[in-house]
Design a protein around this ligand. Structure first.
Ligand code: RIB
Length: 303
């Protein structure tokens, strides 16, 4: 069984269903309001475990009811939470998701305990990291911890996957040099490279920049269109998305990452095949509202 370690955030998501985004100074009624488990790291870890991988999660929760809610989900899915620890002061992370009638979302984040993860927490998980097949991280937790995890992983021949989300422009070179696969969407790719990504030529140009920064494999996800990949030896390809009616795209990218990692061989030789499975899994996530509750199980994806 594939062994994966995810370092990342835990958020309780509050979804506010609205007709459209309010204008400045406007008061608006919402159609509905609901709560679901979320956080990019937790979503990716849940996706990996539901894809059939043995998955350990490194994260931090607060001492509150939100933490109990999230821990129940993790236990139910069989996620290894030995390295999910408690912060004494900060509250568990929260996200407030404005979801409009067209399925478009805008997200506000309260980092809370996610922001208290340290390099020492990574050292506590050193054994899990060094014995994994693959590690994953994103940008909702402090970057020094991610750099430390990727350095340990690389020293032990473990594949490192970076999902550079939310978008950020000033990524330390030490992180990119220790990244095997980077998987931004078009906005995140532009934030890092300065190249507006809107067609295959611009995807190739942005990928070339990322290769120059030290990353061997680039995957750019472009929502309902699909995903593009570029390898350092000048090989490119595109995997079309599965056509479905999307009601909420929250966690679609996270599902893609978790399923990709769970299906990828260590020599990355089946990249296109793993991207196809990841894309099919994401097509389930967008058909339901909410993050973790909409991430499919392996038997549903059935490819
Ligand atoms: O990627 C989706 C996630 O982003 C949501 O679950 C929300 O918590 C934010 O972190």
């Amino acid at each position: 069984m594939k062994k994966i370690v995810v370092l990342g955030s835990i958020n309780v998501d509050t979804i506010l269903n609205i007709a459209r985004l309010p204008l400045p100074g406007e008061t608006m009624a919402m159609h509905d309001r609901s709560v679901a488990g979320g956080g990019k790291g937790a979503n990716q870890a849940i996706a990996a475990v539901r894809a059939g991988a043995q998955t350990s999660f490194i994260s931090k929760i607060g001492k509150d009811h939100a933490a109990d809610f999230m821990i129940d989900t993790f236990k139910h899915d069989g996620l290894n939470i030995e390295h999910v620890t408690e912060d004494e002061k900060a509250g568990t992370g929260k996200a407030y998701i404005l979801l409009d009638d067209k399925g478009q979302n805008s997200i506000l984040i309260y980092g809370g305990s996610n922001q208290t993860i340290t390099v020492d927490d990574i050292h506590e998980a050193e054994e899990a990291i060094s014995s994994a097949d693959c590690v994953i991280s994103e940008f909702e937790t402090p970057i020094p911890a991610t750099i430390e995890m990727f350095k340990i992983a690389k020293a032990h021949g473990v594949v490192t996957i970076l999902n550079p989300a939310p978008a950020k422009s000033d990524i330390p070179s030490e992180l990119l040099e220790n990244t095997d696969i980077i998987a931004p969407n078009e906005i995140e790719a532009e934030a890092i490279t300065g190249i507006k990504v809107n067609d295959v030529d611009s995807m190739k140009a942005a990928s070339a920049e990322l290769h120059k920064m030290g990353v061997g494999t680039v995957i750019i996800t472009v929502g309902s269109k699909g995903s593009f990949y570029s390898l350092v030896d000048n090989k490119f390809g595109f995997v079309n998305a599965f056509k479905v009616k999307a009601v909420d795209t929250t966690a679609a990218g996270d599902t893609f990452i978790g399923y990709l990692a769970a299906n990828l061989k260590s020599d990355l030789s089946n990249l296109e095949e793993a991207m196809t499975v990841a894309s099919k899994a994401s097509s389930f996530t967008v058909q339901e509202q909410g993050a973790q509750n909409s991430i499919p199980y392996k038997k549903q994806v059935n490819l």
